[in-house]
Design a binder for this molecule. Structure first.
Ligand SMILES: NC(=O)c1ccc[n+]([C@@H]2O[C@H](COP(=O)([O-])OP(=O)(O)OC[C@H]3O[C@@H](n4cnc5c(N)ncnc54)[C@H](O)[C@@H]3O)[C@@H](O)[C@H]2O)c1
Ligand SMILES: [Zn+2]
Ligand SMILES: [Zn+2]
Length: 389
């Protein structure tokens, strides 16, 4: 089959790889009808994720048609149309039973590697390095889905691929980011990053009753899409973010702040961003946490900082003094996607949201490598790429 494979920093290729096979009786194989490139894939593309190997198939936002099921899988049958969560979860362990699917303690066969980095291991993920399981990803013609009787959700009649594909990751992630904020009517929610995840966080904050959303980015078409959803926008290259949020909140700060940027914050945004970039290049640090610092400073006393932008390692100069003295709450996670699937599928069915609003580029798999660059460089108005193998 054809698949997108990683060959080092900035080097994605579309090439032939062996077809996946059923390896366990609970597996299923799906024929991919649509898959997407995520901001998290850019961390791999940019060479920031350890334990990647040449030829790894990447991709974790995938849907398609079931073409084969293992003998113990009683949930799926050949022909079912399903969306596959990016988190691989057994459904039975301590964490899965509590709904913390992305903390599954069984699905990462390489958990000892992850434990060296993080103390304990999270769940295995599709197409996301060997320390997270070494599973082949879904930017491919076919995908093997482990624990396929737990993860995939069937698509109701009448919904298109483009309406449901983002249930695999970015819609639940944006929704979780907003849910973490425990939104009360009239609340002002500030959101850093108007990429695909930020866009879903903005719309989810309104769905959950936010009074106002302040959206921060610098890319004109991304700010325009945020504005179209009803957000007040701030261009961080033109305005002082802290002062502008204070102006809008009577000097108090935002009720909750969402970081939907993560470790690859724009290096030219501020002095500390530049310093972060230098430290990472010189191997004196692992991450560039400018947005997290700013989100803490901009949050009102006893407010919430909600983190969905991904960080990898040890973050330098985080203003914990500000956080503890002012009573901030921190919430963060790799999204336990399975937990959100039924709720969000229902919102789509009811017409409360049509997730396809975020798509700007549609192409065959072969154009994937070029579109990784377009998406990373935010060229050609690119906000979200969908590939149709
Ligand atoms: N927690 C999860 O489960 C989960 C799931 C999916 C994605 N993510 C993470 O969410 C983040 C966003 O993903 P995406 O697909 O939207 O990526 P993206 O790269 O398209 O979007 C990031 C946006 O942040 C903006 N930005 C950069 N520096 C900024 C700054 N200083 N202030 C404000 N905005 C700034 C960029 O212009 C860009 O529009 C990534 O870190 C990704 O890894 C997490
Ligand atoms: Zn993702
Ligand atoms: Zn589990």
């Amino acid at each position: 089959m054809k698949a997108l494979t990683w060959h080092g920093k900035g080097d994605m290729r579309c090439e032939s790889v062996p077809d996946p096979k059923i390896e366990h009786p609970r597996d299923a194989i799906i024929k991919v009808t649509a898959c997407a490139i995520c901001g998290s894939d850019l961390h791999i593309f940019d060479g920031m994720i350890p334990t990647m190997q040449h030829g790894d198939v990447i991709g974790h936002e995938t849907m398609g048609e079931v073409v084969e099921v293992g003998s113990e899988n009683t949930k799926l049958k050949v022909g079912d149309r399903v969306v596959v969560p990016f988190t691989i979860s057994c459904g039975e362990c301590f964490f899965c039973k509590r709904g913390f699917y992305s903390g599954c303690e069984r699905s990462n066969p390489n958990h000892t590697v992850a434990e060296k980095f993080w103390g304990h291991s999270p769940a295995g993920l599709f197409g996301y390095s060997h320390m997270l399981g070494g599973f082949a990803g879904g930017q491919a013609e076919y995908l093997r889905v482990p624990y396929a009787d737990v993860g995939p959700i069937k698509v109701p009649e009448g919904l298109s691929d483009e309406q449901v594909l983002f249930l695999s990751d970015i819609f639940p992630t944006g929704y979780m980011a907003a849910e973490f904020c425990n939104i009360q009517p009239e609340d002002t929610i500030a959101i850093w990053g108007c990429g695909p995840v930020g866009q879903f966080a903005i719309r989810s904050a309104f769905l959950l009753g936010a009074g106002r959303v302040i959206a921060i980015d610098t890319v004109p078409e991304r700010l325009a899409l945020a504005k179209a959803a009803g957000a007040i926008t701030i261009d961080f290259q033109d305005e002082d973010v802290f002062e502008r949020i204070n102006e809008l909140t009577s000097g108090r700060g935002a009720d909750a702040c969402i970081d939907a940027v993560g470790t690859e914050a724009e290096a030219s945004a501020s002095f500390d961003s530049r310093l972060d970039r230098i430290k990472v290049s010189a191997f004196m640090g692992t991450d560039r946490p400018h947005v997290l610092r700013q989100a803490i400073q901009c949050c009102r006393n006893f407010g919430t900082v909600s983190l969905v932008g991904v960080y990898g390692g040890l973050l330098d100069k985080i203003p914990m003094g500000s956080a503890i003295n002012r009573g901030l709450t921190f919430r963060m996670a790799q999204t336990p996607v399975q937990h959100y699937l039924p709720i969000l599928m229902e919102r789509i069915v009811k017409g409360e949201i049509d997730p396809s609003f975020v798509i700007t580029h549609r192409a065959p798999l072969e154009e994937g490598p070029a579109l990784y660059k377009t998406f990373r460089d935010k060229k050609d108005g690119c906000i979200k790429v969908v590939l149709k193998p």
